[in-house]
Ligand binder design. Structure first.
Ligand code: F6R
Length: 632
């Protein structure tokens, strides 16, 4: 996480850096800072808290500098205090560095540099970088490879010493016409303007100025000067690389009258589902046709003869993957395993033959997911055996992300940019991707009849209107209901089958934005322990949708009621049995249980939104979180 930005050119750097940081604030908002260089002076301004605090500090400061770097922080090492905010400098304050990532061997390096007389002023891992570069500037080691720039060479020598995943940008008063940027397992893009060049963790920071963008690969160093950009590898060899033209325009995303982005994004869900249906349903298909009902554009070699599917993801994407597992097993008939990417990296299952590996990540930048996929690709290739060949697929909302470059095939979720840190519309779009994939595979394998496929597709087509109905009918009621829970400390969410992951997602949404402790459980597991938590102070939200487990969930809810828990039910509309069981009802249209998660998640999103709002919390930027988790 953390966002970094850099500028060298002919305009005042400071405002370009701030505008860039605004677009990167989703990556962290614990503190922010900028450093610029002009007339032999390094000017550094940092502020604790959100970017607006930095902007207030910068107000009225005349800064003509045409070279600078900026940072918005999600704290890893060291509290979110001003002295830990980036940019960090060396002892003599001649160079400044911003970093996104983690330097794993910072303890040894810090001790080594302290012993050489370097003075440290922060608790961060990042601070070793400017000191190390300063050390190599004064005492270059071994063969100097990148002779054309002493700063580049010192950065290169320092990079070789660092362990971890990071991206950095460096400026120095001794090199007033250079900005050095490095990518090592954390995203970094370089923008090419007319006599001006940019670097940033994400392209929206660059797009207002140029659409010519070069994404660095891992282990690359870029030297930006007013004359152009040179790229080197860590051994100092020049790399010949050209920028690409990005074919989208930066959209100024506005709240459009909604109080928060999260609420706006919840309301965008019917449109997102519509867009997905338009993109991926084959309108020419009918039950008698041999062609696929779905248009994912994926090759046969990826999808044919599959024996297993494994899905790697984190957080909300992991919940979408659990719904995916249900669909891929129950609709397509393929054994599917879902793993947290962060766990899989260090304890992968033994290799299974003919396996499709799917990485799900809305940002396409989650470090654990990327690393797990890369590891899986490498270990499969190492076998050299066809049956273990890496069949890799990514599901993402950002085709231009690191995931997009890592895996050969993508399903784009087409949710549009999501600003609220808590994922809502991107989750629903991920579920849609799994509906399409499971139907595509079911059709290929004839796992279910064409008639059943047609029934499910028909159900999918109804979803946008049904989502609108849920939003229209529930918004006011959920807002009122939320008043009852603004002081509540614990919540339990129950679901079964395909709605168990929705219970997990409901609990995660509530935790993330309202800071209320919440647990999601498979309803049948309650009696094996968690039921001990229940009393009149712990509300229970149960998802009870018509299908094989409907009655079971109602019984599980009754068990909670018998322990005095207040019961809230996400239930089918106009259902007498549900009305009798629950104290509060969040009804959704009566749909095929397989399709219900798209609807059942919405009242839970609204509930957490309104509870958080009621508690006066920062819904779009909840504490301690960031939208893109680029550290391990
Ligand atoms: C929850 C949330 C996170 C992300 C997780 C993975 O609302 O947003 O749990 O789902 O950090 O992020 P991606 O999908 O970008 O890999």
């Amino acid at each position: 996480m953390c966002g970094i930005v850099g500028y060298i050119g002919t305009r005042a750097a400071s405002s370009i850096l701030i505008e860039g940081l605004k677009t990167l604030e989703y990556r962290g908002y614990d503190s922010a800072g900028v450093a610029t260089i002009s007339e032999g002076k390094l000017q550094r301004t940092r502020a604790k808290g959100k970017l607006k605090n930095l902007q207030i500090k910068l107000e009225g400061l005349e800064d003509p500098a045409k070279l600078g770097i900026g940072h918005t922080r999600w704290a890893t090492h060291g509290k979110p205090e001003e002295h830990n905010a980036h940019p960090h400098t060396d002892t003599k304050e001649r160079l400044a560095v911003v970093q996104n990532g983690i330097i794993e061997n910072y303890r040894e390096l810090r001790a080594e540099l302290k012993a050489k007389g370097h003075e440290f002023r922060s608790d961060t891992d990042t601070e070793v970088i400017p000191h190390l570069i300063a050390e190599y500037l004064e005492h270059p080691e071994g063969t100097v490879l990148a002779e054309q720039s002493t700063l580049l060479e010192a950065v290169r020598q320092a990079m070789v010493r660092l362990k971890g995943a990071f991206a950095i940008a460096v400026i120095s008063i001794d090199f007033p016409d250079e900005l050095i940027a490095v990518r090592q397992q954390a995203p970094l893009a370089i923008g090419f303007g007319q006599g001006e060049f940019f670097c940033a963790s994400d392209t929206p920071a660059i797009m207002p100025y140029t659409q010519a963008v070069l994404t660095l690969d891992n282990g690359e160093i870029a030297r930006l000067t007013p004359m152009g950009v040179e790229v080197y590898d860590f051994e100092g060899h020049r790399q010949r690389k050209k920028p690409q033209t990005l074919n989208w325009n930066p959209i100024m995303v506005e709240k459009q009258g909604f109080k928060h982005f999260m609420l706006k994004e919840i309301y965008e869900q019917p449109g997102v589902v519509r867009t997905c249906l338009e993109a991926y349903l084959n309108t020419e298909w009918d039950v008698d046709s041999d062609r696929s009902p779905i248009r994912l554009g994926l090759p046969d070699v990826l999808l044919d003869d599959l024996q297993h599917i494994q899905i790697l993801a984190c957080g909300t994407s992991w919940h979408a993957a659990l719904v995916g597992k249900y669909l891929l097993e129950q609709v397509s008939g393929i054994p599917t395993f879902v793993q947290y990417a962060s766990e899989f990296r260090y304890a992968p299952a033994p290799l299974m033959p003919n396996t499709l590996t799917i990485g799900v990540t809305q940002s396409g930048e989650t470090a654990d997911t990327l690393a797990a996929l890369e590891m899986e690709q490498t270990r499969r290739m190492a076998t050299g055996e066809d049956q273990y060949a890496a069949r890799m697929l990514g599901i993402t909302n950002r085709a231009d992300s690191s995931l997009g470059r890592l895996v050969p095939h993508l399903v784009e979720t087409k949710a549009g940019i999501e600003i609220g840190v808590a994922a809502t519309k991107t989750f629903v779009a991920q579920l849609m991707a799994f509906y399409f994939l499971s139907l595509e595979l079911a059709h290929r394998r004839q796992a279910i009849s064409n008639e059943r496929i047609a029934e499910l597709i028909d159900g999918l087509r109804q979803l946008p209107a049904q989502l609108e109905q849920v939003l229209e009918s529930q918004e006011r009621y959920v807002e009122e209901l939320s008043h009852d829970f603004s002081q509540t400390q614990d919540f339990i969410f129950l679901g079964r089958g395909i709605n168990y992951p929705i219970a997990l997602e409901g609990a995660l949404k509530l935790k993330e934005i309202s800071y209320i402790h919440a647990e999601g459980y498979p309803a049948g597991e309650m009696k094996h322990g968690p039921i001990a938590l229940l009393d009149e102070k712990v509300p229970v939200v149960a998802i009870a949708i018509k299908g094989p487990v409907y009655e079971k969930v109602l019984s599980n809810a009754q068990e909670a009621k018998a322990r005095d828990a207040r019961l809230i039910g996400v239930v089918p509309m106009n259902d007498a049995e549900a009305e009798e069981t629950f104290d509060a009802l969040l009804p959704v249209p009566d749909v095929d249980e397989l399709l219900s998660p798209i609807l059942t998640v919405v009242p839970l999103q609204l509930l957490s939104y309104h509870i958080a709002e009621r508690r006066g919390l920062d819904v779009d930027q909840p504490r301690n979180l960031a939208k893109s988790v680029t550290v391990e």
